[in-house]
Ligand binder design. Structure first.
Ligand code: 5RP
Length: 220
């Protein structure tokens, strides 16, 4: 199976976690886009969606799915999104699409986080994929120096501005043995809006696409 077929399979499998009559939080990226297409087939059975990016909002609305402002809701049973890397503890690197901050906010509100990913995303140690860090523009050089002190090699994502009007630094060279600790340390750098480590709020379930079928990993 191709990587796209594996993504397609997990996107479809994620429909089983959508709660009928309720809202669903929707992530960003190519796997999330396939999930949106699958979700369109059951749009009359959900109350609507909450989007993690402008792109996702446009796509949901394009399918006639009502998109709610996160501030106007009190309950979000499930958030469904892809990942750039995930380990068996369900810690993730996200933000390859630059939507990490809104993804983190929506997933913080959700009761359950369902990660959908092809098998290539499952890793033993996080960090081969450069860690995205969203930064206030005037703090770019300061944050880059601090990330270098933490052992990383930060590079500005050229020509990219987030939905929140900020920059992304992609940090190479990190072997992330303690994702919870590193997430905290990076968040403490002044000028960082958020970073792509999802360890304090890991996924609850991960649907992994393999040539043998969709495997389900669950948090202990
Ligand atoms: C976007 C993300 C995506 O979930 C992540 O980059 C995975 O993307 P894809 O499904 O295209 O492999 O975090 O900010």
């Amino acid at each position: 199976m191709t990587q796209d077929e594996l993504k397609q399979a997990v996107a479809r499998a994620a429909l089983n976690y959508v709660v009928e009559g309720k809202l669903v939080g929707v992530g960003t990226g190519s796997t999330a886009r396939l999930f949106i297409e699958a979700l369109a087939g059951m749009k009359d059975r959900i109350a609507g969606a909450v989007a993690s990016s402008e792109d996702t909002q446009r796509r949901l609305e394009g399918h006639g799915i009502r998109v709610f402002d996160l501030n106007d809701i009190t309950e979000l049973p499930v958030y469904i999104d892809g990942a750039d890397e995930i380990n068996v503890e369900m810690h993730m690197i996200k933000g390859g699409g630059g939507a990490l901050t809104r993804e983190k906010i929506v997933s913080a509100v959700a009761t359950k986080f369902v990660c959908i990913a092809d098998g290539s995303k499952l890793v033993e140690v996080l960090g081969k994929f450069p860690l995205p860090v969203e930064v206030i523009p005037m703090a770019r050089a300061h944050v880059a120096r601090e990330l270098t002190r933490l052992g990383g090699i930060p590079l500005v994502r050229e020509g990219f501005i987030t939905d929140n009007g900020n920059l992304i630094l992609d940090v190479k060279g990190l072997q992330i043995v303690d994702p919870v600790d590193l997430e905290t340390r990076i968040n403490q750098i002044v000028g960082v809006v958020s970073n792509g480590l999802f360890a304090h709020r890991p996924a609850d379930v991960c649907l992994i696409g393999t040539s043998q079928g969709v495997q389900t990993l669950k948090a202990d």
